[in-house]
Design a protein around this ligand. Sequence first.
Ligand code: GRG
Length: 293
Amino acid sequence: AVSAHEVSSSIDFRRRLRERQQLVTRALDEQFPPGSGPLTAAIREAVLADGKRLRPILCLEACEWVGGSLKAALPAACAIEMIHKMSLVHDDLPAMDDAETRNGRPALHKVHGEALAILAGDALLVHAFGLLASIRAVPAERVLGAISRLCQALGTAGLAGGQALDVLSQSEDVTPEKLDHVHTWKTASFFEAAMVIGAEVGGADASQVEALARYGKLLGRAFQISDDLLDARDVKALAHGEATNYVQLHGVDGARRKLRELLDQAVSALASNKRGALPLLAGLAELVWERSW
Ligand code: GRG
């Protein structure tokens, strides 16, 4: 069998990732035509700027894993990315992370002002749900079921709730349990939902949906730890003491150990299914491992 590392470093794998990134970027570009006013211009900057497109790629791969077409999953993948980008725009605002830059460029509110950054986020969120509601590739109950699960992943016990916990935790001692809680709500539930939507629009059966959901959740927890490992390289950030950084609490070795464990579990979640872990999803897990070194 080919190792996950061989997959993740293969030219085919890299090409496939690049093709999917471009597919999502082109589709997002079409959703927000240039020359449509200042709000759309701000939205375009938020969604078309650099980004790994990891969540939409997971959505596309989940759909293909169960035999669905890329075309069926593309609107859902775009919706996922719009929600992700909206969460980053709002996270960068002075009331939250107060970030100057995002991916090496000025944060959106630094360029367009706070009002437009808030509204760009609002519009992206609404647009995403409009796009999901327009999916006709599968019966409406499937789409509604997936939307409902996504809402759970974003609400008080999801992205918004996780962010609230994170913001409020900055001034207090964080326990390992609380940290796992923040990671699950803020990141893992969203990864899970991206997989579930992809699986549903691909026509998955219940056991496939659950296997992919499990992979997504474990990968999301792993991804957040890898993000913390990357942040911890920034000596200044660590000295400043990000209370909800995994490395701050468990050390670099502890974080790496946990990262490996979660990624192995993610890949096994698929191996137990009759389709097996497609090399691609194992390769994606390996990428998460490699980014933290
Ligand atoms: C959507 C209802 C709703 C609320 C949003 C502001 C907010 C509430 C949440 C923000 C949570 C947050 C900052 C999550 C970040 C998680 C994370 C690991 C981001 C980095 O993701 P990457 O590396 O980003 O995939 P790129 O730039 O590659 O797209």
